[in-house]
Design a protein. Sequence first.
Length: 342
Amino acid sequence: MSRKPVGVAILGAAHMGHAWAYSRALTESPNACVVGLYDPEPEHTRWIHQDFGVPLTGDAEALLASPEVDAVLVCSANDEHRVHVELAAAHGKHVLCEKPIATTVEDGEAMVAACAAAGVQLHLPFVSRFLPMVERARTAVRDGRLGDLIGLVGGNRGRPPLPPAYPGWITDPVAAGGGALIDHSVHVTDVMRHVSGLEVTEVSAEAGSLLWNLDVEDVAVVSLRLENGAVGSIDPSWSVPANHPHDYDFYLRLVGTEGSLEITDGAEALNVISAREGGPRGLRQASFAEDADRAMIEAFLASVRAGVIEDPCATGQDGVRALEVALAGYRSSNLGQVVKLR
């Protein structure tokens, strides 16, 4: 593909906060041109149109048929992802689909298959991969500084998605597929897989609505067994207090046979202790979510231009793997037993 800006269409903006952030990154990038935005709900599109001048359209088919469009950003409600991704693939457009990839594994796998059959890329915006501290942690693990991993603990707690700041569908068990567990565990599952190179084999979870009187769970704890025998846990709860310095509380702790590392303070601090080196190795660097969004968008655009999904971008299959863990968490919580994945 030439060096002209990548033409991007936005299909659905129900994930209003993420759609707005990605739209900002796209409209400010010299490597992208946002051709248009389709969403039948004016409330979903108002701020993107007002803040960034993105053209609105009421005809999704015409937008995707435009030769100016090379790629599509899908930010519709979770249960609408499949139809929108398959529509984009049918028009031969590369896709960046908001997480979770879908509300069922069947839909997620169908989306992966549709994009593969059409010869187009399917990306997931797992922005944690683009945090500088996460990349440094991944390098430390790959370089063997921790030895063999035996324990992983991660969290991606967020603020409660309450109206009027958030659209009502986010707490609808059908449209969203669930609550905090499916919303936030997918990020942590992905970053654990990305950093460790290991797959999850067993899931055990507890979940419930304890804080906000919602129809979906707002707190959860997910326990994992990984393919090498390591154990892990994830806190995906909507439990960040109003006076927390960030809208989210992201952290990751890894323990190995020869060392450990910890990402804390909203991914701004990394501490590594390795028996091979002696003493702690601390590093602090501001890495706000905005920067990760921009880095993720630029990597997506670069992959579209290169014709191949480039590291560290997350693929559709990565999205399915993360979804499998979330849905296994629901089954485990409902049945009161361990769920085996593979």
